[in-house]
Design a protein around this ligand. Sequence first.
Ligand SMILES: [Zn+2]
Length: 169
Amino acid sequence: MPEEIVKQLSEIDIRASIVNATRGEIDRMPLPGLHEVLWESREYLGWRDPQSRHRGYLVHWTDGRPVGIVLRESDASLTRGISAMCALCRTAQPAHQVSMFTAPRAGEAGRNGNTIGTYICADLACSLLIRITPAAQPLHPDPAEIIADRAEGLLQRVQAFTADILRTA
Ligand SMILES: [Zn+2]
């Protein structure tokens, strides 16, 4: 099992964890229904902003503390009909279910317009997607093992993504 699944977070924890937004943006950030979250089955907690359709948010644990980022969905949409892959959970899906998101870098770089972009599941629910039980395969008979592998990969990639956002040039 991954070492740092999301531990339970309060609204205050989540607002304090955001590394790449202004105080005003953080104060206005809507939060998901935290009482409904199954914390032990999340590599990261992700949600979209119902008031601002291009915005999304993502929080995960790294080195014993939560790190949160604000994301912006790009207008550029992928060609319909083709399949696309989320860079975090690596699940292939119909293209409209995967979006290009950009995140400002933390600190001065981000204020100067320096962003990092990647393709992520549009609903920011990779943790739910990777837990869809795979069909048993001859060389990989244990679905629980497949899900554990996916979870570990997802956690490593989301940690690498935010580490990149936090890296100061
Ligand atoms: Zn995904």
